[in-house]
Write a protein that binds this ligand. Structure first.
Ligand SMILES: C/C1=C2N=C(/C=C3N=C(/C(C)=C4\N[C@@](C)([C@@H]5N=C1[C@](C)(CCC(=O)O)[C@H]5CC(=O)O)[C@@](C)(CC(=O)O)[C@@H]4CCC(=O)O)[C@@](C)(CC(=O)O)[C@@H]\3CCC(=O)O)C(C)(C)[C@@H]/2CCC(=O)O
Length: 209
């Protein structure tokens, strides 16, 4: 007997978002934040994630404005850059991931750091006014914060800072939240990841669900 299941993609999304809106506690988010939080919960498959999501004031508007003005999106991992739905982007924005540039392994050896952190050195020409999406590597977020301690370093318009894991994820996100060098969103704690980060970018890039 063949299995019966929903085959309409749009209906699947509608049903998912309706389920999230009925089960998640979204009251503390404004309308812009709620749209982004719903998509992050959707990507994680986890109602309850909302308790860990923190937006700095005006973050979604700042990131949206930057994208509409043509800002590039700088991603720590290809899992993030590949997940961004290009047709959602308001200005055919460039999506940049420098992690696999051939110069990065040698640069990482010289720096005594991970490839993820070393790859950010190649972001410098693109950083001003960009939207940063870090979904994997805590060392990338720490290195970005260190770069931004230099007042000469160009500043992004907004940071989606959601690295995941057990070593450095909690600490790097706490550091971003403490410093808030620019408007940002984080997922507190060990939770995070490329899918949740991509979902935030895709939600910010599109105005309404
Ligand atoms: C320590 C690292 C962690 N990686 C995690 C989780 C996942 N990583 C995947 C993949 C395919 C990649 N991870 C690298 C970025 C690689 N991961 C690391 C590093 C060793 C150090 C980063 C850091 O600690 O900040 C990092 C390599 C580096 O030198 O920077 C990756 C480049 C490794 C590689 O394939 O060469 C690669 C990213 C490729 C790309 O997309 O461009 C996973 C899919 C795991 C797997 O393959 O089994 C998974 C994805 C999670 C996600 O949602 O993004 C952690 C858990 C983040 C971990 C850091 C923290 C920790 O607690 O260990």
């Amino acid at each position: 007997m063949p299995h019966s299941y929903e085959t309409d993609g749009a209906a699947i999304y509608r049903q998912s978002f309706a389920t999230i809106r009925s089960e998640a506690d979204l009251d503390r988010f404004d309308a812009d934040e709620e749209q982004v939080a719903v998509r992050m919960i959707h990507a994680a498959g986890m109602v309850g994630l909302e308790r860990h999501i923190r937006f700095s004031p005006g973050m979604v508007a700042a990131a949206r404005r930057a994208l509409e003005d043509g800002a590039p999106i700088l991603c720590d991992a290809r899992m993030v850059s590949e997940g961004i739905t290009r047709f959602r982007l308001p200005a055919e924005n460039e999506v940049i991931c420098t992690l696999h540039d051939p110069s990065v392994p040698e640069r990482a050896r010289e720096m005594g750091n991970t490839r993820s952190a070393a790859a950010l050195e190649l972001w410098r020409p693109h950083l001003a006014g960009s939207v940063v999406a870090i979904g994997n590597a805590p060392t990338a977020l720490f290195h970005l914060l260190n770069m931004l301690e230099d007042p000469e370093c160009p500043r992004p318009a907004a940071i989606i800072g959601c690295p995941v894991g057990f070593v450095g994820a909690v600490e790097s996100k706490d550091a971003l939240w403490q410093v808030q060098p620019v408007p940002c969103v984080i997922v507190e704690g060990r939770l995070g990841g490329s899918a949740i980060t991509v979902a935030a970018v895709n939600a910010i890039a599109s105005r309404a669900e």
